[in-house]
Design a protein around this ligand. Structure first.
Ligand SMILES: C[S@@+](CC[C@H](N)C(=O)[O-])C[C@H]1O[C@@H](n2cnc3c(N)ncnc32)[C@H](O)[C@@H]1O
Length: 433
């Protein structure tokens, strides 16, 4: 039995019923969300709606996108209980149809009592239904269901499932990933997609913080350091770095770090080379001033344009659609190639499909600034590496990479992303020390 047909235990609609459903969907779209299993992506409830929708689209009828209710079930038993509950209140079943549902539940190991309670008949009727289709073989009944990740709960009381309602296939994948990452920690209620992703990120970071991260991970193409940028780069030789590409924190507490960054960049950059520094909107003037007073020279103001993404700054009533990237040089700027000062991200332009950090940038924007500020084989430094976006960008562009972060979870995430990148390319990173 396929994963999808396993949950299609309700009888097929008659041709008349299906035609009526299709006409309704043509006129009004799908009004009841299609329920999707977060673990497998299988449709748990809504096969008929979906079939009607797909047929209409194939016939050229313009039907609006439908809502997808992505749910995480912790067992097959929970899935089944959900399908039965969702369908019974919507459909009137004939005796024969009900008997088929009863037999299906019995084959899944449900007790007569529980089937009766769910279907709304007494256990004698259940037995009679089973007799009608000749399926009354006794089956072991689980008293408790094992939950993935440990623990059990009573078979007769399924937990409500955590769920996220979304509109597009892309968001469906994001919802599946977030629910998968949360596992049994997902609260059993309706969640917003952004909130669920944020929780998943936090859970992942908390998990990684338990990993023992060495202060330095040095390998052939890169080196990662754990700690405060004001301390960990003291031994990095003067004029040894070809470009700094970085994304410091933009919140109020983060602003003084622009001065520390400026000082570090002014010292370690080769003369005339560039630092590309991502900046927030609200305190841009202070950030520029700090980079300048720390010893860097202002060169240019670049931007990343992010279609689909908005930074709503309510206090100023501004709907922002770009991120500023300031270019400052160590000493007098020595141009080496034409710089394109605007990067327009394709699609939504936001973080990667796999959310790893609350302030994660897209690899595409960072690749642009790595490409503009350095050449293959040169050394790029990001002292605020976060989830390692700049590391992936620099290594993808054939640069060497130095990165650091205060947070051990960030250093570990970066290490993992680099390892994935190198193993996808069939390269090894050399010894870690
Ligand atoms: C805006 S985030 C970087 C996000 C990154 N660009 C990404 O795509 O994932 C800034 C990072 O700076 C780190 N940080 C904050 N203060 C720091 C300090 N004093 N020294 C080193 N890292 C610091 C934070 O832990 C955070 O991960």
């Amino acid at each position: 039995m396929s994963e999808a047909s396993r949950w299609q235990l309700m009888p097929e609609l008659s041709p008349e019923e299906f035609a009526a459903l299709k006409a309704d969907i043509a006129a009004n779209g799908i009004r009841v969300p299609v329920v999707i299993d977060a673990e497998t992506g299988a449709v748990i409830d809504g096969h008929h709606r979906l079939r009607a929708f797909e047929e209409l689209r194939a016939e050229g009828v313009r039907v609006p996108a439908y809502l997808r209710d992505v749910r995480r079930f912790s067992s097959d038993d929970e899935r089944l209980a959900f399908v039965v509950a969702a369908n019974l209140f919507r459909r009137h079943l004939s005796r024969k149809e009900r008997a088929e549902v009863v037999a299906h539940l019995r084959a899944e190991g449900w007790s007569l009592r529980r089937i009766g309670e769910t279907v709304g008949v007494d256990h004698k009727t259940v037995r009679a239904d089973l007799g009608e289709i000749g399926e009354d073989s006794p089956i072991a009944i689980p008293e408790r269901i094992e939950r993935k990740g440990g623990g059990t709960y009573p078979a007769s009381r399924p937990r409500p499932a955590p769920s996220i309602v979304v509109e597009s296939e892309r968001d469906q994948r994001r919802a599946e990933a977030a629910l998968h990452a949360l596992g049994d920690d997902a609260p059993a209620k309706l969640l917003g997609l952004a909130r669920a992703e944020e929780r998943a990120r936090m859970a992942r970071m908390a998990e990684l913080r338990r990993v023992e991260v060495p202060e330095r991970i040095a390998a052939e193409f890169y080196e990662l350091r754990l700690g405060d940028l004001r301390e960990i780069w003291d031994d990095l030789p003067d004029a040894s770095v070809d470009a700094v590409v970085t994304d410091p924190p933009y919140n109020e507490e983060g602003v003084p770090l622009y001065e520390d960054l400026g000082r570090l960049a002014a010292r370690v950059l080769k003369p005339g080379r560039l630092a590309a520094v991502y900046c927030g909107h609200v305190r841009l003037d202070e950030e520029m001033e700090l980079l300048r007073t720390a010893g860097l020279t202002y060169v240019w103001h670049g931007v990343n344009v992010l279609p689909g993404l908005h930074t709503k700054i309510r206090t100023r009533m501004v709907n922002g659609k770009h991120r500023s990237v300031l270019l400052f040089s160590a000493g007098e700027f020595e141009p080496r190639k034409w710089i394109h000062d605007t990067f327009v991200a394709e699609g939504r332009g936001g973080p990667e499909s796999r959310p790893l950090h609350p302030w994660q940038q897209s690899v595409a924007t960072m690749r642009h600034w790595v490409f503009m500020t350095s050449k293959p084989g040169e050394v790029v430094l990001d002292p605020f590496v976060g989830s390692g976006t700049c590391a992936v960008a620099a290594l993808s562009e054939g640069r060497r990479f130095l990165g650091g972060d205060l947070d051990p979870a960030c250093v570990e995430t970066t290490r993992q992303r680099i390892e994935e990148l190198l193993s996808d390319r069939g390269e090894t990173s050399g010894d870690a020390s």
